[in-house]
Design a protein around this ligand. Structure first.
Ligand code: NAP
Ligand code: G4F
Length: 373
């Protein structure tokens, strides 16, 4: 049975990759960080008690800033494949915490690659680095390919460029089977809620049900090549099954603006996005990546990989799932309203009163922490 170690297993991609590897018969080990709140929501459906015979998913505490634990895990587990997905992955936030981003998103790659060497696994364990189209930044070519020069525009992009070249260097210097997947933006109903696509689909569906009434966004002109995360983890796996390691662009070769994403998402709910979307400069970046569109021809030719979900289907998939989530939230808000006794001075709520929005503070008002995203 093949054994894989995944950093970032609790993230969007980690959860889809775990599903894929378990379905292929792997034993999967994941690194999770200690948190004061639960952070395993995306993989809870896959986890079962490790004491149960036949369990194939195991979780280990660790932090990408801690090389001792990474060395220990590689030494103990002797994995056949490592998928290094863990990162501070938010571009806007990387401007607020550039040093931390450099450490966790950039230096973590060298921690793991060195762990392979220290554990004598450099010629035995295959390594996947989660590289990013953000490295192309101010794009030097349209569409972008594996040979397009990098020009990163954020601390996150700079950290990913470092990790990219480190991966190439360990391949050339030590013969590690190390590959970079240069993945363009990929989304899903499991996408973090502060990335723009999920922020839009969450807000649009909650607006539809009256749970909130506006959505604040930054730059609507930016264009991205958006694919589906479930398709993209398949490409990661295929890279590590090749005889030779290499670097691959993974993209749909289609680009759309944030404005177009809004139009599509709201129109699926019979809403006009312009009635709800407002501008807030706090969501803009000091330097922006204006246009990304990738050419995945090499991945198609060598890996036999094709994206199956395209823009409109992706938006619909996310809207459909977030609508179900918003319906559950509405039902919970209504149930808790009916359980909470009204304060003596409050007027009784008329039966035809609008749903929770008028009576409960919205969870997505701009006051929500005011954090930049
Ligand atoms: P994500 O949802 O943000 O997941 C990031 C993962 O990294 C989470 O499991 C997170 O743990 C973990 N992590 C963060 N800091 C850590 C630390 N100090 N120690 C240990 N674990 C830590 O990201 P994603 O969308 O799945 O992306 C996966 C990878 O692909 C990332 O490296 C990202 O930069 C890269 N990438 C993503 C895209 C995209 O469009 N999604 C495109 C290109 C490249 P918690 O759950 O505890 O936060
Ligand atoms: O959804 P985003 O935050 O994704 P971004 O910056 O492209 O980064 C994502 O994709 C990269 C691959 O290219 C990954 F490496 C990275 O880890 C991450 O997964 O923003 C997309 C666009 C940007 O141009 C941003 O300025 O949407 C624009 N935007 C407009 N308003 C916003 C907002 N982005 C966010 N997060 N929030 C807004 O309110």
């Amino acid at each position: 049975m093949k054994r894989a170690l995944i950093t970032g297993i609790t993230g969007q991609d980690g959860s889809y990759l775990t599903e894929l590897l378990l379905a292929k018969g792997y034993e999967v080990h994941g690194v999770i960080r200690r948190s004061s709140s639960f952070n395993t929501g995306r993989i809870d459906h896959l986890y079962c008690d490790p004491h149960v015979r036949g369990s194939r998913l195991f979780l280990h505490f660790g932090d990408l800033a801690d090389s001792v634990q990474m060395i220990q895990l590689v030494y103990e587990l002797q994995p056949d494949e490592i998928y290094h997905l863990g990162a501070q992955s938010h571009v806007r936030v990387s401007f607020d915490i550039p040093e931390y981003t450099g450490d966790v998103t950039g230096l973590s790659a060298v921690r793991i690659l060195e762990a392979l060497r220290k554990a004598g696994r450099d010629r035995k364990t295959r390594f996947y680095q989660a590289s990013s189209s953000e490295m192309f930044g101010r794009v030097q070519e349209v569409p972008q390919t594996e040979s397009t020069p990098f020009w990163p525009r954020s601390p996150y992009g700079c950290a990913k460029v470092y990790a990219f070249w480190l991966t190439v260097n360990y391949r050339e210097a030590y013969g590690v089977h190390a590959s970079n997947g240069i993945l363009f933006n990929h989304e899903s109903p499991r996408r973090g809620e502060t990335f723009v696509t999920r922020k839009i689909t969450r807000a649009a569906t909650r607006i539809k049900l009256g749970l909130e009434n506006s959505l604040y966004l930054g730059n609507l002109d930016a264009k991205r090549d958006w694919g589906f995360a479930g398709d993209y983890v398949e490409a990661m796996w295929r890279m590590l099954q090749q005889d030779e390691p290499d670097d691959y662009v993974i993209a749909t070769n289609e680009t759309h603006s944030v404005r177009e994403f809004c139009e599509e998402a709201f129109s699926l709910l019979d809403l006009d996005w312009q009635d709800y979307v407002k501008h807030d400069t706090r969501y803009e970046r000091p330097s922006e990546v204006d246009l990304l569109i990738g050419n995945p021809a090499k991945a198609r030719r060598v890996l036999g990989w094709e994206p199956r979900v395209h823009f409109k289907d992706l938006v619909k998939l996310m809207i459909d799932e977030d609508l179900k989530l918003a319906m559950r939230e509405l039902a919970m808000a209504q149930a808790s309203d009916s359980l909470t006794p009204l304060p003596p001075h409050a007027a009784p709520v008329a039966p035809d009163a609008p749903p929770a929005k008028a009576r409960r503070p919205s969870r997505r008002q701009p006051a929500r922490g005011g954090t930049r995203r």
